[in-house]
Design a protein around this ligand. Structure first.
Ligand code: PHE
Length: 365
């Protein structure tokens, strides 16, 4: 074992002079006072109070001083460091308070202001429904045609084989405009659009016409003086009832699902001959156990619209060669179709513009 290290002779380290210490402290205090924001104060803290700052180095040297010098040096360095750290804390508080005050002003929200965040709503189910129907036909190469809702009596009636004395005129309770001798009506069906199309185009013609129509009906859960119809017209060589049936079966299954087909019942319309009522297979019970079905009330079928082979008299009135061409036409209510499709109980919900109703349909396409 070796003996005590008697010849140990540490190098005497001199304490930092009071002047140097004061200079370091004052530089630190000046920099702290000059720090304009929290970012700057952070840099000042590293420079003047961090591990490599003059004051930290002075502090570290105290341990190396001869014992008799330590106390005094320790006091001086301690005071200087204390002053700097106090100044840092005080400045930090001031700057934080300023920062918060500025944020409160800059990001102030006046909760009493009226909001401009309006709900975006949704497209009306009648619009999207009519588009859906149009798409089904456009996919088969048909075109969409539109016409005016205020229509000439001749186009609404006469051109469609409904002469002034035709008893079927009373089938459609008409809104007439004044003066009566102008012979202008609110169209009672979209068939005048078909007349317009035939008058301006040459066959082959495949058009579908969605639109608003008007009749002097009561306003209740199943009737409205304004409603929507879609009519289709196909004029070509050799068109038959079979084409009509195939087209409507396709339309029905696209609209209501695979397996929903149609049946025809003999009927009468002045503009078609022969004419038929179109029924749909009940899309709820599909004809199975229909006795229990509330939708078709035991029928297994639901009335959908009217159709037929275009009366040659209509073709002639609209300038189409009835020897060469034949055509079929059909028409049904869009509102009624949508009521079936979406299980709506009351027609009026479609017309009353309650955004809660519309929004429920979302962005269905
Ligand atoms: N226009 C007829 C109606 O409004 C419907 C229909 C159209 C019937 C075409 C047959 C052919 O009642």
């Amino acid at each position: 074992m070796s003996g005590p290290n008697t010849d140990y002779d540490p190098v005497e380290v001199a304490a930092v002079s009071p002047a140097e210490l004061e200079a370091a402290r004052d530089a630190a205090l000046a920099a702290i006072a000059a720090a304009a924001d929290l970012e700057q104060l952070k840099a000042v803290r590293t420079e003047h109070a961090g591990d490599r700052s003059a004051l930290a180095l002075a502090n570290r040297e105290i341990g190396a001083l001869p014992p008799q010098a330590r106390k005094e040096a320790g006091q001086r360095v301690g005071q200087a460091r204390g002053a700097v750290s106090k100044a840092l804390t005080a400045r930090q508080e001031v700057l934080e308070a300023e920062h918060e005050a500025r944020i409160l002003v800059e990001e102030a929200v006046d909760v009493t202001l009226p909001t401009d965040a309006e709900p975006v709503g949704a497209r009306h189910p009648l619009t999207t429904g009519a588009e859906l129907i149009a798409d089904i036909f456009v996919a088969m190469g048909w075109e969409v045609a539109e016409g005016p809702v205020i229509e000439a009596e001749w186009l609404n009636f006469d051109a469609l084989n409904l002469g002034p004395d035709h008893p079927a005129r009373t089938m459609q309770d008409t809104f007439w405009t004044e003066p009566a001798d102008h012979h202008v009506v609110l169209r009672t069906h979209t068939s005048p659009v078909q007349a317009r199309t035939m008058l301006t185009r040459t066959p082959p013609i495949y058009v579908v016409c969605p639109g608003r129509v008007f009749r002097t009906d009561e306003y209740d859960a199943t009737h409205s003086p304004m409603f929507h119809q879609v009519e289709g017209l196909a004029i070509d060589e050799g068109i038959s009832m079979a084409h009509l049936k195939g087209t409507l079966d396709h339309f029905a299954s696209q609209m209501f699902g695979e397996g929903i087909t149609t049946r025809f019942r003999p009927s009468y319309f002045p503009f078609t001959e022969p004419s038929a009522e179109v029924d749909l297979v009940c899309f709820v019970c599909r004809g199975v156990d229909s006795d229990q079905c509330r939708t078709c009330r035991g029928e297994g079928w639901i009335e959908w619209g009217g159709c037929g082979i275009v009366n040659p008299r209509v073709l002639q009135a609209c300038g189409v060669d009835s020897e060469r061409y034949s055509g079929f036409a059909f028409g049904m209510g869009i509102d009624r179709t949508l009521m079936f499709r979406h299980g709506l109980e009351d027609l009026r919900t479609l017309f009353e513009g309650d955004v809660r109703f519309t929004t429920a349909f979302g962005s269905e396409l």
